[in-house]
Every structure is written in C-alpha cells, then in structure tokens.
Design a protein. Structure first.
Ligand code: FAD
Ligand code: SF4
Length: 488
C-alpha cells in the first residue's frame, strides 16, 4: 500500500543503501560498495518523489526512463510491472542503476535537489534485481518471429541493448565478441566494487532466454570476416567500443612499473573474478602487462576521469600504502563522477589538483622514482568550453612513486575490416553513423549500423545503451519490421 503524501520528502531524508564499511574496503574487499534497499526502504525512497508533473529526471536520463511512473509502482509494491516498464526504455536497467553518474543525470535534475534528490538509481537497481530474483523475465509471448537475422559485433552495453530490442522485434540477434564473456567494459573495465559480475551473468541468462545467441571468443576481422557476416545476415550492428589509449607522450612512460590504466584494470578484473589474469589481450595492447604487487607501495594515478577513479580505488584494495591522484585542472572541472571522488577520498586516496605531469623519472639504475609535475592555473576555455590548464613557471616538484598508472582516456579506431567495405570514419577514429539521408545509426554502408563508444568516443554505459537500442529500431525499419513501442 502506498504511504505517499505530498510532503514525504520533508519527513524522510534522501538515503542511499548501506555501504561496505571503509575498513573492509581498504583491506581488500571487492564487493559492491552499495548494498540493496529492502522493500520498506525502497518504498520510502520512492515515496519521496513529488510527481512534480515536469519530470526533468526523465528528460535528463539519456534513455528517458519513465521514472515517476516506476517510482509509483514501487510504492504500490508492483515490482514486476515496474521491471517491465523499466525495460521498455532501458535494456540494462540494473546496470545503469549501479553505474550511471546519477549526480550528473537523473538525480542531478530532480526537482527536489535542494532537499536531497530521490535516489533514482538505487531504486532502479532494487526494482530489477528484485524482479529477476523472483523469476520475472521479459514477456516476448506476443512477438512474432520475422525470420530476419542480424549480427551484432561487440557484447558491450551498446551491442547487448541492440540485441535486446532486435529480439523484442522478432529479429534473431547473434552477438559476436572477442572476449570469452559478455559485457565489454562492464565485465573487463568497471571494477566489481561498482558492478558485481554476477549481474552480467544474470543478464546473459535473460538475453539467452529471449533468444539472443552469443558467439564468444570470436574476433571479427580475425576469426571471422565481416564479408561472411554481411552474406549470412540481413544487417550488422557494430558496437566495438573505444580502446585507443590517449598517449600523453610523457618521457619515461615506458619505465617498469608504469602501467596503462585499462590493461591494469582488465587483468585485475580477471584475477578478482577467479581467473589467472591472462586472457585475450586488449586490442592495441598485444603485450600482456605484468601486474606488480601494489602491497605497501606508493601509487600515483595520472588522470581524473572515471577510469582514474577506478584505478585509485583498485590500488587501495590491492594494499597500496599511499595512493595519489594527480589531475591537471581543479576539482570542479574533474570529468569523473563527484560520488566516485567522495568514495575514493573516504578510502584514503589523496587528490592533488592543478598538477600537470611533465615526465616520469628514474634513478641512475633505471628504477622508477616518481612523476615530475608542475602546478597549473586555469586559463581560457578550449574548443569544447573547458578551461585549459596553464603551467605556472618555476612550480615543478617530484611526486614520489613506486608505481604510476596512466589514465588519460580512450578513443576509438576505425578497424581496417570496416573501412575495407566502405564504412567511413572521422579523423578521430569515430565511425560515421546517421546524418545525411541515412537512417539514425546507419553507417556509410547500408547494411551496417553502429553505436556506443565506437561512434561517440569514450562516454557512458547509458549513452551506449541508448544508441544500441535506437540503432536496433533503425535496423528494424530497414528490414520493414515493427520495433516495440517505448514508454511515453
Ligand atoms: P564496450 O563496453 O567497450 O564493448 C565493446 C565490445 O566490443 C567489447 O566487449 C569488445 O571485446 C568487443 N569487440 C571489439 N572489437 C571486436 C571485434 N573485432 N570482434 C568482436 N568483438 C569486438 N561508464 C559509466 O556510465 N559509468 C561508469 O562508472 C564507468 N566506468 C568506467 C570505467 C572504466 C575503467 C572505463 C574504461 C569506462 C567506464 N565507463 C563508465 C564507460 C563505459 O564503460 C563505456 O562507455 C561503455 O562500456 C561503452 O559501451 P560499448 O558497448 O560502446 O563498448
Ligand atoms: Fe538515472 Fe541512468 Fe537510470 Fe537514467 S538510466 S534513470 S540516468 S540511473
């Protein structure tokens, strides 16, 4: 029964689910930081929604979730209906509820912000986890098979979301990934303290139950040709992500114990989830790195984005004695989520803002000693409106370190197997999709569609979800198939 009355938000403060105590986190607990709401907590928190009539939260959410409507269903304990409604806009709601930077998206535009925004992400996670645990599954009983078949390259959020909507449209989706498990960066990039890997295993069961087929450990362009896929399938979706490391060109970056962020996180994820750390190497990183023992070490992470935050917090869990994040702008201009920065601080990470790395230094024996940095001040905005970090002359110092992790970001590369069939890319490696008289997300090859980081550049899970979902609708249009209607 609903407990709602108009001013519930004044009586009940915003509350997130309980977190793992900091002592456990700093002594190597890799469990998901945030626990789960129980029914009463979820109903209370959902009941804080004002139903303001102008749901900025939905507009700011990149998939335009029907948030006030599913908050109402939670209050009425109609969890399966809430889960079904969540899935009409978002094929991976339990993932987004966990990893979206809600402070910048839905919750950041909640009308109640001044009183503490509704905990939208945590309720989204509660709805879908609860429904799936009760055995609820998407109902495809009214979907008519069309006989059409589409290949999806990449089992990251873009590819999985595309496959979900194709299945709901009666189109057989066959998903190829070079990795042995689905999820892309959900599995091999985002650490398990943000996203437990059992969530992805459950989602795989859901998708397989919907008729999606996975062909894993298959790299397109190596194990199977794109030409073969174009001949076998009615269309192809490309969601291959962004894996080209932004090379800062720092002198000394090739020294031992200087690690690129993604291979560090990927190998660590493989170890944490029970593997030996060795799997298929990441494209562009054909040489496997050796993960040094961080126990008792001083670790410096360069970069202030989500990847940097995952590196500092992983280093803490790996037993580093001192972990420092050096970022060239100030805190207000950090690209990472404010919530992640707060969690990192709580775990003991030290932040040094306005520090520009100049070089990585070694002693006479070639052993890493630290990072030479200069202090910066913010100058004029660049082309994207972000203020440039200008070096303050004479402010150089050495930041001592035993291990340095470089997290400067990623961009896509247009693979040769795509350009060979006429798919155009931009100079920054992004696939050209949509625009002109093409369907949304259609590339310059009529049977090929693309979305996610491969098209946008490195971004967010939820934007990859939105693009994979919408690309599937375009594919359905090309194949003259009716795609499912979305929630209003
Ligand atoms: P990916 O997730 O990269 O998936 C691409 C898939 O394509 C991979 O599985 C890859 O193996 C496969 N593939 C590539 N080439 C081939 C080929 N030739 N043949 C077969 N398969 C191929 N976003 C958030 O919203 N919140 C976060 O907290 C967050 N944290 C992040 C932390 C890290 C360390 C990183 C790197 C990113 C993070 N992101 C986060 C960003 C988010 O993970 C990505 O934006 C998102 O995963 C992009 O989805 P995608 O499907 O486009 O690509
Ligand atoms: Fe918020 Fe992300 Fe869920 Fe949208 S998908 S409601 S932005 S947590």
């Amino acid at each position: 029964m609903s407990r709602k009355h108009a001013f519930q938000f004044l009586e009940l403060p915003r509350q997130m689910p309980q977190r793992i105590p900091v002592e456990l986190r700093t002594s190597g607990d890799w469990g998901e930081l945030y626990g789960k709401f129980d029914k009463a907590d979820a109903q209370y928190q959902a009941g804080r929604c004002l139903d303001c009539g102008n749901p900025y939260c939905s507009w700011k959410c990149p998939v335009h979730n029907a948030i006030p409507q599913w908050l109402q269903l939670v209050q009425e304990n109609r969890i399966e209906e809430a889960a079904a409604l969540c899935h009409t806009t978002n094929p991976l709601p339990e993932v987004c509820g966990r990893v979206c930077p809600q402070d910048r998206l839905c919750e950041g535009s909640c009308t109640l912000e001044e009183f503490g925004a509704v905990t939208i992400g945590a309720v989204e996670k509660y709805i879908v986890d609860t429904a799936l645990a009760k055995g609820w599954r998407p109902d495809l009983s009214s979907v008519q098979p069309t006989g059409k078949r589409v290949a999806v390259i990449g089992a990251g959020p873009a590819g999985l979301s595309c496959a979900d909507v194709l299945a709901r449209s009666g189109i057989q989706a066959v998903v190829f990934d070079r990795y042995e498990q689905i999820g892309g960066l959900l599995q091999f990039g985002i650490p398990s303290f943000k996203l437990d890997k059992s969530v992805i295993a459950t989602r795989r069961q859901v998708l397989e139950g919907m008729g999606v087929e996975f062909r894993l450990g298959v790299e397109v362009g190596r194990d199977v040709t794109l030409q073969a896929l174009l001949e076998e399938f009615d269309a192809v979706f490309v969601g291959t992500g962004a894996y080209r490391y932004t090379d800062g060109g720092l002198p000394g970056q090739d020294l031992d114990n200087v690690l690129p962020a993604l291979p560090f996180l990927v190998q660590n994820a493989r170890i944490v989830t029970g593997g030996d750390g060795w799997g298929r190497p990441i494209a562009g990183w054909e040489d496997k790195i050796t993960l040094p023992d961080l126990g008792g070490k001083r670790v410096v992470v360069l970069g202030g984005g989500d990847t940097g935050m995952d590196c500092v917090r992983s280093a803490i869990r790996l037993g580093a004695a001192k972990v420092t994040c050096a970022y060239r702008r100030d805190e207000a201009n950090m690209p990472g989520s404010a919530r992640e920065v707060a969690n990192a601080r709580e775990e003991g990470v030290r932040f040094l803002f306005n520090r520009q790395p100049l070089s990585i230094e070694a002693d006479a024996e070639g052993k890493l000693v630290g990072v030479r940095v200069a202090e910066t001040r913010l100058g004029e905005p660049d082309a994207r409106g972000r203020r440039n970090a200008e070096i303050i002359q004479g402010s150089e110092s050495l930041l001592e370190a035993d291990v340095v992790i470089i997290a400067f970001g990623f961009s896509p590369t247009l693979p040769e197997w795509l350009s060979a069939v006429g798919v155009e890319g931009q100079s920054n490696g992004r696939i050209v999709a949509g625009g002109g008289d093409r369907l949304p997300y259609q590339t310059t090859h009529p049977k090929l569609f693309a979305g996610g980081d491969a098209v946008r550049g490195a971004d967010l899970v939820v934007t990859a979800v939105a693009e994979g979902r919408d690309a599937a609708a375009s594919i359905a249009e090309l194949l003259h198939v009716q795609a499912p209607a979305r929630a209003a």
